[in-house]
Design a protein around this ligand. Structure first.
Ligand code: DX5
Ligand code: ZN
Length: 234
């Protein structure tokens, strides 16, 4: 399956917040398919980020789908606000939703696509009763809370397991992977069955956003540039 292309969703968590509109314009121009927006509440995860006003502001400056990842306790209380702010996808954690089916219905009733995600230590089995209702399944390949962490290798097994679950149940859900996604592991993540790759530091820490996105989508790193020194060594 080498060469499988993917939808790339840069995570603005690694962008320069002081120049957010400019950063968004740059990734859009560079070929981003979606924009991933990380909402953290300082309670479910040990970090604080942004809320509905920032989603509303982003909605005004981009036509990219806004893929909003809710790392928060009691997301039900904010679904209305995020929907009105212009989110296209709202993704909730199984760990924070005791009535997950109700939460998913609540999201869909607001005309938003419903995503369900799970932490690295949470079993893929927790998705079995919700997979047919979900529009998106997000596999966390780091413990949520921060950008720039290392991909947890056992996530590959879980991605393949969830791919099989989606296919077996004829779910229409897209499969997204978030955390530590880089050009050097993108190909194996795609081969395991992912449709959408979230990438924060891999895009925003690169001097050339278009090159970073192309490398992720193709699932391999661009060949090293041939320098005069390298040629001399041959
Ligand atoms: C982590 C967030 C991720 C994060 C990914 O809690 O959910 O979306 O921004 O960042 P990288 O790609 O740098 O791991
Ligand atoms: Zn995220």
């Amino acid at each position: 399956m080498a060469g499988k292309t993917a939808c790339i969703a840069p995570s603005i968590l690694s962008a320069d917040f002081a120049r957010l509109a400019d950063e968004v314009a740059r990734v859009e121009e560079a070929g981003a398919d979606w924009l991933h927006v990380d909402v953290m509440d300082g309670h479910f995860v040990p970090n604080l980020t942004i809320g509905p006003p920032v989603v509303e502001a982003l909605r005004k400056v981009t036509s990219l789908p806004l893929d909003v990842h809710l790392m928060m306790t009691n997301p039900d209380a904010f679904i209305g606000e995020f929907a009105e702010a212009g989110a296209n996808y709202l993704t909730v954690h199984v760990e924070t939703c005791p009535h997950l089916h109700r939460t998913v219905q609540l999201i869909k009733e607001r005309g938003v696509k419903a995503g369900v995600t799970l932490n690295p230590a949470t079993s893929a089995m927790t998705l079995s009763e919700i997979v047919r209702e979900a529009d998106l399944i997000l596999i966390m390949s780091v413990n949520p809370g921060f950008g720039g962490q290392q991909f947890i290798p056992s996530s590959l097994h879980k991605i393949a397991e969830v791919r099989a679950l989606i296919d077996r149940t004829h779910s229409h859900a897209l499969l997204e992977v978030d955390g530590g996604v880089k050009p050097d592991n993108a190909e194996s993540i795609l081969e395991a069955g992912a449709d959408v790759l979230v990438a924060g530091s891999a895009v925003f820490s690169h001097h050339d956003y278009a090159a970073a996105i192309t490398a992720l989508r193709a699932g391999h790193a661009p060949p090293p540039r041939t320098t005069r020194a390298a040629v001399a060594q041959r």
